[in-house]
Design a protein around this ligand. Structure first.
Ligand SMILES: [Cu+2]
Length: 103
């Protein structure tokens, strides 16, 4: 998996200062699903949404975060500073759901 992600273009989405280093976790988007469907992280962790599928997706939570369109073979990173449980979905494929738990 690390090899598959290594070559992806990465860009930062969402708000907030990003100067300091922090842990990074990855959610892989493929087969019209988010993997893992539930990801538990510490506050301050950056989550990279890596789209390894052939179609564009988003990871969207109304209000807290929205990656915007993630093209095939690309990724978008979001830093989670706020604790809570955030369910999200793909705006293009509303049946795709995931959850980020920030502790
Ligand atoms: Cu999608």
């Amino acid at each position: 998996m690390a090899l598959a992600i290594a070559g992806l273009r990465s860009e930062l989405a969402s708000a907030g200062p990003t100067a300091q280093l922090s842990a990074t976790k990855t959610v892989v988007i493929n087969h019209f699903a988010f993997h893992p469907p539930t990801l538990t992280i510490a506050a301050g962790t950056t989550v990279t949404f890596a789209n390894t599928s052939q179609v564009t997706h988003t990871a969207t939570h109304g209000g807290v975060f929205n990656t915007g369109r993630i093209g095939p073979g690309t990724s978008i990173s979001v830093r989670f500073k706020q604790r809570g449980t955030f369910t999200y979905h793909c705006m293009i494929h509303p049946t795709m759901h995931g959850k980020i738990v920030v502790q």
